[in-house]
Write a protein that binds this ligand. Structure first.
Ligand code: NDP
Length: 347
């Protein structure tokens, strides 16, 4: 069987933005027969995520992430359907997902490497298993719960950076559901700001490209900031931390503004920000969703309930076709997505 796949064609280097030409689509042939335990899957949806940027480097800088190899098929979150099977637990027709799905239109995989999903959890929206009822939803929910210290009735204000993205858009809604009286999002376009306030129920939104962040934070957070869900780092986070209250909490989720730079993770803070954290006794613990997988099943059920009841609204940016994987990844890294960036590979 002839299939298409995406290989890493070149590396952007540690200091450089990725470009679509770093990826190349090529044809390959799958072996006709399945071995014991193997399944043939048809890819439905693939995910592009910021952590993939470090997989483009020779050394990812993280022991839990392997680098993508030059001229080999790249992989990441994917969801698909089993078309034929020699695995007793993954029968034909099952919808399955994996964090290491090859960027390939069809693939032969070990059934044991796949998780079966119950499509009713997503009301049939199978792409949600890569977003709100998958890794980014878990990151948002568990990040807030594990590091946010949100207490109902405590009159807390939460700020979210990268607020219109996959994690941020859900984190803000969780903050509201858990009892924050005010949730303010920071993001990169007017359209995103509108979506946050009008569609997702954020209290206010700040466009970091055009607005004076410190001034707008003062206006939007008159009682200071108690919880900061940080997706971006850099100058945006410096501005937020400067207005955080004594004893407040930073959820250190990600630092995307630094991912195209040759810096360690988490990147070093400015002296001023470090001092602010110390003086105001602000916690800033690194959050890693993979460290909380024992809580994943319950959290996914909760996310599913909220999505079905309409308490959590889901935004997605969907592009079609495996040939657009590289474009979609680079676009997401530059802010081209509202909500989760998804690539639809087949019906
Ligand atoms: P998003 O859907 O949020 O997409 C990335 C967004 O980042 C873009 O849309 C863009 O939005 C914003 N962005 C890009 N460059 C900059 C910049 N220089 N300054 C400010 N914003 C920028 O991705 P995810 O939701 O998947 O990931 C969000 C963060 O969460 C990332 O840092 C990621 O690494 C982290 N993460 C952490 C996990 C963990 O376990 N800790 C797990 C999953 C994700 P805009 O238009 O607003 O600029």
């Amino acid at each position: 069987m002839q299939v298409q796949r995406v290989v890493l064609n070149s590396q952007p280097g540690k200091n450089g933005a990725p470009v679509p030409e770093n990826f190349r689509v090529e044809k390959t042939t799958l072996a006709p027969d399945l071995q014991d335990g193997e399944v043939l899957v048809r890819t439905l949806y693939l995910s592009v995520d910021p952590y993939m940027r470090c997989r483009m480097n020779e050394d990812t800088g993280a022991d839990y992430l392997t680098p993508w190899q030059l001229f080999e098929c790249v992989d990441g979150g994917g969801v698909g359907v089993v078309e034929s099977s020699r695995c007793s637990t993954c029968t034909e027709g099952s919808v399955v997902t994996s964090f290491n799905w090859p960027w390939q239109t069809h693939a032969v995989l070990k059934g044991s490497s796949l998780q079966k999903v119950d499509s009713s959890m997503a009301d049939g929206h199978l792409s949600y298993f890569l977003g709100v009822i998958g890794m980014t939803g878990l990151t948002a929910l568990l990040g807030v719960r594990e590091k946010g210290h949100v207490v109902k009735g405590a009159n807390q204000t939460m700020v979210v950076s990268g607020a219109a993205g996959a994690c941020g858009s859900i984190a803000g809604q969780i903050g509201k559901l858990d009892g924050c009286v005010r949730v303010v999002g920071i993001c990169g376009t007017e359209e995103k700001c509108r979506a946050l306030v009008e569609d997702l129920g954020f209290s206010a939104a700040i466009n970091y490209y055009y607005e004076d962040i410190p001034k707008r934070l003062k206006e939007c957070c008159p009682d200071g900031i108690d919880v900061y869900f940080d997706n971006v780092g850099g100058v945006i986070s410096d501005a937020v931390i400067a207005q955080m209250n004594n004893g407040s909490h930073v959820i250190l989720c990600g630092q995307i503004s630094q991912y195209n730079k040759d810096v360690p993770y988490p990147p070093p803070l400015s002296e001023e920000t470090q001092k602010a954290l110390q003086i105001k006794n602000i916690t800033r613990e690194r959050f890693m969703v993979l460290s909380y997988m024992s809580k994943a099943d319950a959290a996914l059920c909760e996310l599913s309930r909220h999505v079905k009841s309409g308490q959590i609204k889901v935004l997605e940016t969907v592009v079609n076709g495996i040939e657009n994987m590289g474009d979609a990844f680079c676009s997401m890294m530059k802010g081209g997505n509202i909500g989760k960036q998804i690539i639809k590979i087949s019906e």
